[in-house]
Design a protein around this ligand. Structure first.
Ligand SMILES: Nc1ncnc2c1ncn2[C@@H]1O[C@H](COP(=O)(O)OP(=O)(O)O)[C@@H](O)[C@H]1O
Ligand SMILES: [Mg+2]
Length: 338
């Protein structure tokens, strides 16, 4: 038996609307092999197919083709066994009954999952309610709670049943900064301390960078990258520089630089104090490989532009994503990793 908790092979989803001449390929042959205790982020813009992937794993959407095994069980062929391993939290607390209290929701979903040991359920639920600091609202109707609290309740409900996999769709959307931080902490704890496998979608790259061990970047249903956050950042690390240059740049130099990579020019002029002609230009340049930096310096030397400072910009997942999306359009060269 494999130790993969989630094993998705070439999962594809095509939505066919009635009288719609063009079917929508929401997800195009997605394969994911996810071990115990990993936090995998599904990233991408709206319409990328993130929710469709989560819905397929949670049995809410049937794949058009491909297979999805959860805990070794096929989500379509062995649905009850597969889904008994899964806890799902949809965005904006849509997985809760709003008129029931958090505690009633926990009991209801526990019974639905076939949990007979109510004492254990009570203890586990109590631990998570305490962890989220929401024990005092456990007997209030969910409707009366803030969105952040509802989202924590949704997680406590899912976690009380001790799932092997938790599926989260946009868990931090609509949360204030504090609630978002607490939720991220909880997600890390349930994966790294409890060994729960977490698959979460987000379009917030900073959240993914903070929380995820590995990310799958999707665009229009296709995978742009599937790698650890660290490796993705490393691959792009040597490419981004900020240069401060003396004076302004001629059109010729700008054109030459644009041919070497993605360039953003910010001119800064000092005014007042009788300094009419002193100024400097800051450029952010992203070159496609290590050689690119030396090419940039060559252009500047040839044009006798003074270089006052050079700094390497720390890459962030957001810039990695934008570059990968740019490469899709053919506006940037392919990265050098597989
Ligand atoms: N039930 C549905 N019927 C038809 N098209 C759908 C349905 N659900 C999603 N889609 C389409 O599939 C694509 C992916 O959607 P979705 O998975 O919701 O993306 P994301 O969550 O990344 O924003 C979109 O083009 C969307 O319009
Ligand atoms: Mg979505």
């Amino acid at each position: 038996m494999s130790d993969l908790v989630v094993d998705m092979k070439s999962a594809r989803k095509v939505f066919r609307r009635r009288r719609c001449d063009k079917p929508v390929v929401a997800l195009c042959d997605l394969s994911l092999a996810i071990p115990k205790g990993e936090i995998l982020g599904l990233l991408g813009p709206n319409g990328a197919g993130k929710s469709t992937a989560i819905r397929m794993m949670s049995g809410l959407v049937t794949p058009t083709s491909g297979t999805i095994l959860i805990g070794g069980y096929d989500v379509v062929e062995q649905r009850p066994e597969a889904l008994s391993c899964v806890g799902v939290v949809l965005d904006r607390a849509r997985t809760l009954y709003p008129r029931m209290t958090p505690w009633e929701n926990i009991q209801y979903f526990g019974i639905m999952k076939g949990l007979r040991d109510t004492e254990r359920l009570r203890i586990r639920a109590g631990e998570w309610l305490d962890f989220f600091n929401i024990a005092e609202v456990a007997d209030r109707p969910v409707n009366d709670l803030s969105m952040g609290t509802k989202q924590k309740v949704s997680l406590a409900v899912a976690l009380a049943a001790e799932p092997r996999v938790v599926l989260l769709d946009e868990p931090t959307v609509g949360l204030d900064v504090m609630s978002s931080l607490e939720l991220r902490k909880a997600i890390k704890r349930m994966a790294h301390e409890e060994g729960c496998t977490v698959i979460m979608t987000t379009h917030q790259m900073d959240v993914a960078e903070d929380v995820c061990d590995r990310v799958c970047i999707l665009n229009e249903g296709r995978v742009l990258a599937l790698d650890t956050v660290r490796r993705l950042l490393d691959v792009f690390a040597f490419r981004a520089y900020t240069l401060t240059l003396a004076g302004s740049l001629t059109e010729e130099v700008r054109t030459a630089l644009s041919g070497l990579g993605q360039v953003e020019v910010r001119e800064k002029w000092l005014d007042g104090f009788g300094v009419s002609h002193s100024g400097y230009t800051v450029i952010d340049i992203d070159v496609p490989d290590e050689r690119g930096f030396f090419d940039v310096m060559g252009v500047l030397e040839l044009a006798a532009v003074g270089v006052e400072s050079v700094t390497r910009r720390e890459p962030c997942l957001e810039s990695v994503f934008l570059k990968l999306a740019g490469e899709e359009d053919g506006s940037f060269r392919q990265p050098s990793y597989a």
